[in-house]
Unconditional design. Structure first.
Length: 111
């Protein structure tokens, strides 16, 4: 399979090597462009949305952690969040452990 790919990219016997080099560069540029738009750009967008979600946390938000614990934010620090899961039961989590903020009243998620 790989040898077939390289045989396509090899310059033809009758043509000049400049044409083969140009087509190879165009093919590599096309592959890099596809890689960027299909993988890197969506990943950067997800990271930006996740950071916006973590920055917008405030006291009283209903959240779900990565461990599946539902609770309400009782306090926030720079890197941690104090989540109240029951009366007089508060757990300290890293902010990055919070995966979802539940919207008020409807039980829908805001990711």
């Amino acid at each position: 399979m790989i040898t077939a790919l390289f045989s396509f990219m090899a310059p033809s016997q009758g043509g000049s090597s400049g044409e083969g080099l140009a087509s190879t560069l165009i093919m590599f540029a096309l592959i890099i462009g596809i890689f960027y738009f299909m993988i890197l750009r969506p990943q950067q967008k997800r990271q930006k949305d996740r950071q916006k979600l973590l920055d917008s946390l405030k006291k009283g938000d209903k959240v779900v952690t990565a461990a599946g614990v539902y609770g309400t934010i009782a306090g926030l620090d720079d890197k941690t969040a104090l989540v109240q899961v029951a009366d007089n039961v508060k757990l300290k989590f890293e902010r990055s452990a919070i995966t979802t903020v539940l919207s008020e009243g409807s039980g829908e998620t805001k990711e």
